[in-house]
Design a protein around this ligand. Sequence first.
Ligand code: GTP
Ligand code: MG
Length: 239
Amino acid sequence: RMNVRKITTGSQALDGLLGGGIETRTMTEFFGEFGSGKTQLCHQLSVNVQLPPEKGGLSGKAVYIDTEGTFRWERIENMAKALGLDIDNVMNNIYYIRAINTDHQIAIVDDLQELVSKDPSIKLIIVDSVTSHFRAEYPGRENLAVRQQKLNKHLHQLTRLAEVYDIAVIITNQVMARPDMFYGDPTVAVGGHTLYHVPGIRVQLKKSRGNRRIARVVDAPHLPEGEVVFALTEEGIRD
Ligand code: GTP
Ligand code: MG
């Protein structure tokens, strides 16, 4: 775990839960139900990676792969403004890519190797969400094996990019509030375990009162157990 660097989430509590922030050389998964804050966190991190190290960033750029069409430049603007950053700069330092289906999503990640080796200032890759196209195109138990195989390959490719290029990779995954009702879907937790095993850190997000959200790290022996609360505000992720 040498030379791992961290990106602040904007919440000290959440950073504390993660041992200081989102790590480079690691894939971090945010999973949780709709509205739990996955996409807001992705927006915030693509701004925060650009902060200088003394403010919790890596003076880096972000690649944002959007599979659901939920990316909003206005959110980036608001978050950048709240941090006193130059808005045009911040927007220029985010490579936005819309992935229209699984083949496209896989091809984008195939091509990223070239982009990140050309531009070493890229320090963050986001796939929001990593599972939606796979779920839509390979539904049900009958497609489980092929979906699983394709998704695993995709996830390992992302993990390799993180490790080889010292990049933080973030994936999101929408899961139902009651995953036990959806046994057979390899992308949801079943009995506390997932049916896919990839290296990385898994963070469960849950809704709480109003704009409050709860985060919990799952299956990470090197991180402390427990939950923290953070807030989704107009300015972005905060305590
Ligand atoms: P799915 O993609 O549907 O699974 O949900 P998600 O986990 O990505 O949720 P998301 O990050 O989109 O969180 C949605 C929540 O963020 C909303 O319920 C709002 O509370 C908050 N939110 C989204 N946009 C804004 C905004 O422009 N301003 C503020 N203050 N809050 C926002
Ligand atoms: Mg979302």
